[in-house]
Design a protein around this ligand. Structure first.
Ligand code: IMP
Ligand code: MG
Length: 174
């Protein structure tokens, strides 16, 4: 089987526009209040780096690495591979994710982080695939809504590859 990534879904210019729009929304919403930005590894490393450089409030950048799995008798469990380095109690926290698909990972992560009593907790995603959602999770900030396709680039991977593309491409298996 051959992997074809020729079809560009989101150009680099569109990503730049998306970053401008999201950062100005964030800058006006947080009004200079300090923010803990929690990038979700590995996919969100590029988006997090691009976004924080456009933010005007004081930020602490932290990362988590998590995954969700659905057991036979459960709605899903969160596996934390890397936890935060900072205490988020009484802080404004923004989760920065690459893409929301079923919504399972972020629903579980949100629940987990709320237990730590942040002052506020919001979600910012670069891409959203709402057609795939299995719950009612809605991001507070959404970059670009995409159709039900598997995409790579701008941090997103297929088995660890293609994260370095500066645009977003559709994966076609031939
Ligand atoms: P979910 O929302 O819990 O289903 O999972 C979201 C995670 O699945 C994302 O953080 C990505 O790591 C991965 N994922 C979902 N859709 C895609 C895609 O189209 N390309 C690459 N990774 C994806
Ligand atoms: Mg991910």
């Amino acid at each position: 089987m051959k992997i074809n990534t020729d079809e560009v879904l989101v150009s680099h210019a569109e990503i730049e526009q998306m970053l401008e729009r999201l950062s100005s929304e964030l800058n006006s919403d947080y009004k200079g209040e300090p923010l803990v930005v929690v990038g979700i590894l590995t996919g969100a490393f590029i988006f997090t780096a691009d976004l924080v450089r456009r933010l005007e409030m004081p930020v602490i950048v932290d990362f988590m690495q998590v995954s969700s799995y659905v057991g036979e008798f459960s709605t899903g469990e969160l596996k934390i591979k890397k936890d935060l380095s900072y205490d988020i109690k009484d802080r404004n926290v923004l989760i920065v994710e690459d893409i929301i698909d079923t919504g399972r990972t972020l629903a579980l992560l949100k629940e987990k982080l709320l237990e730590r009593q942040p002052k506020s907790l919001k979600i910012c995603t670069a891409f959203d695939k709402p057609s795939r959602r299995v719950n009612d999770l809605v991001p507070d900030y959404n970059g670009i809504t995409i159709p039900d396709e598997f995409i790579v680039g701008y941090g997103l991977d297929l088995d660890g590859e293609y994260r370095d593309f500066d645009d977003v491409r559709i994966v076609r298996k031939e």
